[in-house]
Design a protein around this ligand. Structure first.
Ligand SMILES: *Cc1c(COP(=O)(O)O)cnc(C)c1O
Length: 260
């Protein structure tokens, strides 16, 4: 059986190592083009839909942080792999207040904060758990109605309100760019997030850090790095193409033509 997808499957530890090496080489190349140090870019492998056996392979390949976009899936994996206490879980997808309790229990990071109601609920639950959480504010840089996140012009007032929630450690911003094969349409989303971060940084209230820019996925992480990404969230380029269409993860998104 030939693998025609642009993202080679990773079934064995060797496959995973090969894909991780390739992604790291691409990160280094993008950094070189932008005059940046590869150490300034964090690779967050995204393991949504990946089963426990393959996640354990990723751990064996050195991964100590994984991103998941659905809270229940992430929580179930955290429970199943409690024997790996140094494996950290980042929730990178939209959160409803009724699931905040779960996130407060196990996540090390939440990258999709876009409502004060969620901030308030998370903070209360974190206090109860005696935990703190790194958070990124999600911004909608593409203007698509199907994407979550604050409109860029709402971000400043939102960030000013966050110091009220003492258990949330604000680290920066996150975005999903326009899904398009055309870099000329994708790049402006990344530029928008960086410029917004630079503005917010100047007026950031005490205790709010605006260093992180989480942007870039399998299809566009090299572009994102050229525009300043400090974290790239990469799933398919590490684990192989997902069977389900992306509309399953982002309701309303029709998706690019599938490689078949
Ligand atoms: C799935 C997902 C990613 C990774 O996408 P890939 O195409 O697998 O690299 C990044 N960010 C978010 C929010 C996601 O849900």
């Amino acid at each position: 059986m030939t693998d025609t997808s642009p993202y080679p499957a990773a079934r064995t530890l060797d496959d995973l190592r090969r894909n991780l090496d390739q992604v790291r080489a691409n990160i280094a190349a993008a950094c070189a083009r932008a005059g940046r140090a590869p150490a300034d870019v964090r690779l967050l492998p995204v393991s949504k839909t990946i089963d426990e056996a393959r996640i354990r392979l990723a751990y064996a390949a050195g991964c100590r942080e994984l991103g998941e976009n659905k809270v229940q899936e992430a929580h179930a994996k955290w429970e199943a792999m409690a024997d790996l206490p140094d494996l950290r879980w980042a929730v990178i997808g939209h959160l409803q207040t009724n699931k905040a309790k779960l996130v407060a229990r196990f996540a090390s990071e939440f990258q999709a904060l876009d409502s004060l109601r969620v901030a308030e609920t998370l903070d209360r639950r974190l206090q109860a758990e005696g935990r703190a959480l790194d958070v990124l504010v999600q911004v909608n840089t593409s203007g698509e109605a199907s994407k979550f996140g604050l409109a860029p012009e709402q971000a400043a007032a939102f960030v000013r309100a966050l110091p009220a929630y003492a258990s949330l450690r604000v680290r920066g911003l996150m975005t999903l760019a326009l899904f398009s094969p055309d870099p000329a349409r994708v790049r402006p989303c990344f530029v928008r997030l960086r410029e917004l971060r630079d503005r917010l940084r100047q007026e950031a209230p005490d205790g709010v850090c605006m260093d992180e820019l989480s942007m870039g996925m399998s299809g566009d992480y090299q572009l994102a790095i050229e525009e300043g990404a400090t974290t790239v969230r990469v799933g398919q380029a590490i684990f192989g193409a997902r069977a389900l269409p992306d509309s399953h993860y982002w309701p309303g998104f029709a998706g690019p033509p599938t490689a078949s």
